[in-house]
Design a protein around this ligand. Structure first.
Ligand SMILES: Cc1cc2nc3c(=O)[nH]c(=O)nc-3n(C[C@H](O)[C@H](O)[C@H](O)COP(=O)(O)OP(=O)(O)OC[C@H]3O[C@@H](n4cnc5c(N)ncnc54)[C@H](O)[C@@H]3O)c2cc1C
Length: 535
């Protein structure tokens, strides 16, 4: 094999986790290259130009879960990151009723809920407190490397001790509650507190977002709590925008990584992970170039790496079979719009209510029915939507009085039973518009440009297997020591020398940088051990 270049670490994919891992590895003194198949860095953190002077988040629109230590360690503010946190977290228009708005201020939310239901208003503070008191345990869990279940070491014992300490840090009641609610359906969890359909539906969406799960699916409360871990989300969930669009965060990470010594190459698709028959030794690019390194680190999803990039003979039949069964059923599409003005939602008296997320999920039944369709390979007739109009909070996205709108449409299954995404693209766009029109009459007339991104596009254009936004389902079977597979959850994947640093690794997807940072820690430990052994 003619080797073109050799490194300490090669990272496949410059999604934000690949960039985070690359930056930390470079900081640890490893000669690191990050290879990205697209022409830009960032993966799902992308900004698209809808028309000259109008930029919209292509996929992810909020970034409030980004781990604080990543921002601080990598000095992201010095690399151009500026976050915007509106006072409003989310507004949920309701059919024939005033909208629900959850504010950053719990007191303000409670005061507004009084007019809806005195019971729900008084329960909201307790619910918020409950989420905030349980989330720190999960935040701690998110920082840990899952234990080696097969061959536990002293270090795994230490991990257990850290977890036990975090668990003991909960008060007695919370400790019991945590064990009870984690596997619970989020529909039950929110119904324990609230009576109004609208509030139940809105809060329950936090347990199913980006997942092939409905509010009655087991484990969705765990997803909701995980969404609040390590951030100020509380009951309402976070809403934070990157000024200038999500790509600014990707650029800030890339700039930080470069300043620490990492090399980044775009338009560099990895076609195969090369091995010596047992250990990962390098990568072969589609261009024919071959690079070698001690650590091959995937920021791309684990199913892609294990089933597309690695020789199945090296992987072995058992692991190849298990890798093929990593659950990645994408159910989210995206519709991005340029609007001539701000939509007028029924009974939304004040534009500031639209500065956060706008969620269409008027009841648990509505969301569950939307989910039902996906079980049978169909697109929801009445989908759950999460939209933002980021140009309201960040006017720099547009050069005139128009606005951009970013709409996640769920559920739109990657695998359609009686149709194909080649013909359903416009239908998905029409569905999103029709749904919004029901809550904001005249909405369709505001649309000047429309871009629809289907689950098939997420796979083809963004490299997400089956269009899964999180690189794998977030359910309990793919959580912590089971993410992505039992025995491979410690960022070491499949064979020696191969690692996982993307959302398919613990603690999972979303714009957090957490798997990237955790993985870098483990890779650096192995690199130091190799260096010691070589002395
Ligand atoms: C429509 C949508 C909306 C979302 N909205 C939000 C949101 O508002 N807030 C939030 O927190 N999260 C959101 N998410 C989830 C979040 O964006 C992702 O979970 C997260 O950004 C994934 O980051 P990553 O770095 O792990 O992987 P990715 O961003 O997927 O990066 C992986 C990279 O690897 C590259 N790659 C793949 N294969 C190869 C190869 N063979 N060779 C070289 N490069 C390769 C890809 O091109 C990609 O750049 C959303 C996701 C989607 C799809």
């Amino acid at each position: 094999m003619a080797v073109d270049e050799s490194y300490d670490a090669i990272i496949i994919g410059a999604g934000h986790n690949g960039l985070v891992a690359g930056a930390y590895l470079a900081r640890a003194g490893l000669r690191t290259v990050i290879l990205e198949r697209r022409d830009v860095v960032g993966g799902a953190l992308a900004t698209d130009e809808l028309a000259p002077g109008a930029r919209v988040p292509a996929l992810a629109h909020t970034a409030g879960r980004l781990r604080r230590s990543v921002m601080v360690d990598l000095c992201l503010d010095e690399h151009g990151l500026d976050l915007i946190e509106p006072d409003v977290r989310v507004t949920a228009p309701q059919p024939g009723r005033p909208p629900l708005t959850l504010w950053k201020s719990t007191n303000r939310t409670v005061a507004e809920l009084e007019s809806l239901s005195a019971k729900d208003a008084s329960a909201y503070g307790r619910f918020d407190q409950q989420v905030r008191s349980l989330a720190p345990f999960l935040a701690k869990l998110h920082t840990l490397t899952p234990p080696d279940i097969n061959h536990p070491s002293l270090k795994d014992g230490l991990t257990g001790a850290k977890l036990a300490r975090a668990y003991r840090g909960l008060d007695k009641r919370d400790a019991r509650t945590l064990l009870r609610v984690m596997p619970m359906a989020v529909a039950d969890f929110v119904s324990d507190f609230f009576e109004s359909d609208g509030l139940r539906g809105l809060l329950a969406t936090r347990g199913v977002q980006y997942a092939a799960l409905g509010p009655w699916s087991a484990g969705t409360t765990g997803v909701l709590l995980g969404d609040s871990a390590g951030n100020d989300g509380g009951a309402a969930g976070q809403t934070t925008f990157v000024r200038g669009g999500p790509a600014v965060l990707a650029e800030a990470l890339a700039s930080a990584a470069r300043s620490l010594g990492a090399e980044i190459r775009t338009g560099a698709e990895v076609a195969a992970v090369t091995t010596d028959g047992a250990r990962a030794t390098g990568v072969a690019l589609s261009s024919g170039e071959e690079l070698v390194a001690d650590a091959i680190v995937s920021g791309a999803d684990p199913k892609h790496v294990l089933t597309d990039l690695l020789d199945p003979v090296v992987l072995g039949p058992s692991l190849a079979w298990r890798a093929g069964n990593i659950r990645t059923p994408g159910v989210v599409g995206k519709v991005n719009l340029l609007l001539s003005g701000v939509p007028r939602f029924d009974s939304v008296d004040d534009e500031s209510r639209l500065h956060g997320r706008i969620v269409i999920a008027p009841s648990i039944d509505y969301v569950e029915r939307a989910f039902d369709a996906t079980k049978y390979g169909r697109i929801s007739e009445a989908p759950y939507l999460e939209a933002t109009i980021p140009s309201l909070a960040d006017p720099s996205l547009v050069s005139d009085s128009r606005h951009v709108m970013s709409v996640n449409v769920q559920y739109a299954p990657y695998r359609l039973r009686d149709a194909s995404w080649a013909t359903e693209r416009d239908g998905l766009g029409d569905l999103a518009v029709k749904t919004l029109e029901e809550y904001a009459p005249g909405f369709a007339d505001l649309i000047e440009e429309r871009v629809v991104i289907t689950p098939a596009d997420l796979e083809n254009d963004y490299g997400l297997t089956e269009g899964h936004p999180l690189h794998g389902e977030p359910g309990l079977d793919q959580f912590f020591a089971w993410r992505p597979l039992l025995g491979h959850a410690r960022y070491r994947l499949g064979i020696d020398g191969l690692y996982l640093c993307g959302s398919g690794a613990h603690p999972g997807g979303g714009v957090t940088g957490a798997p990237g940072a955790n993985a870098a820690r483990e890779i650096a430990i192995d690199a130091r051990a190799r260096a010691r052994a070589a002395r």
